[in-house]
Design a protein around this ligand. Sequence first.
Ligand SMILES: Nc1ncnc2c1ncn2[C@@H]1O[C@H](COP(=O)(O)OP(=O)(O)OP(=O)(O)O)[C@@H](O)[C@H]1O
Ligand SMILES: [Mg+2]
Length: 375
Amino acid sequence: MPALLSIGTFRRGRSSRYPTKGCDVLLSESAEVLAIDARGLVKVFGNNRAVDGVDLRVPAGMVYGVLGPNGAGKTTTIRLLATLLTLDGGSASVFGHDVTTEADAVRGRVSLTGQFASVDEDLSGTENLVLLARLLGFSRSAAAARAAELLAAFDLTEAAGRQVKTFSGGMRRRIDIAASIVVTPDLIFLDEPTTGLDPRSRNQVWDIIRALVGAGTTVLLTTQYLDEADKLADRIAVIDRGTVIAEGTPSELKASVGAGTLRVRVQDPRRRARAGEVLAGALGGRVEPDPDPSAVLVRLPAEIQADQAASRATAALADLAAAGVPIADFALGQPSLDEVFMALTGHPAEDGSDPEKGPAKKSPAKNSPEKEDAA
Ligand SMILES: Nc1ncnc2c1ncn2[C@@H]1O[C@H](COP(=O)(O)OP(=O)(O)OP(=O)(O)O)[C@@H](O)[C@H]1O
Ligand SMILES: [Mg+2]
């Protein structure tokens, strides 16, 4: 797949992608176009406030990351915004269209690729895309051409004739995204598009996301991986227990938990305490417990920016050598999503349970459409 893949664009017949003066929404000359403007979103399932006052403002034309642990309310939030669920409170508009009163207009602008996708497993890749294109009003030849274009862009041409149920996880994720951009949406919701994928497949999906933004689509991406949001997202909202607990650029979020950790294993465990003193002194950080008797773990202080972490760590290791403490190995760790969570919430990301809300673990039925709104 080429570095910047070409996905082509087929937009529905509109002269302009965004509402403008004289259209259905009035914007002042300087107003920022908001792909999503959500205020105080609430969704309640039984006694579980799955979404509990979410505010989101997503400018058009960017990748916006929504981070959160299992059960945080990410999928529910995007289903509300994509009009697949009805709001129990708050309000939201997509490109100026209210999700409750103008749901059809919203649906005309958005596309959703879910954690569990919608292509027909028994059909081939080509058959799925041609069928969708025909349903969307393409002529027979235009449908075939669009299917071929997308399959080529997503590196699926060879597999195109095979039933989708024979696809690997990465191929499956790519055909799901292809299916959701037969007509290029103005806003696409990608719900954990890379969960469970190997590094190569993740990279392919990242290329697709970059190409989508390059083609003018706003992307709202949910993920549990900080590194993914870091690489792709212009801004990130961190959601926990149905509420946005932090919002900002990736570097703003990471800065809130410092630059990470330096872990050094010394050759002689008896020198561990000395190594801790030298490293903590050099870095201005604090030593944290490490179960390995030869290892010293130092948390870098928040003043050290992520891009300075490597050079500061190198200098600290030189101090250690100068102090006559031989090193076995070392590793510089970036702040993880868990650390961001610990810093923001005081509880680990995995610990989603809350006695007042019940377990945050997902219920098996939560993604079956027929169960939506049932609770
Ligand atoms: N249709 C439903 N009926 C009842 N409860 C639901 C339903 N959908 C979601 N929930 C509950 O709402 C909460 C939020 O779920 P949601 O799927 O939005 O989380 P998530 O952030 O997408 O999690 P994950 O990372 O596991 O996908 C969870 O407690 C979940 O069990
Ligand atoms: Mg989800």
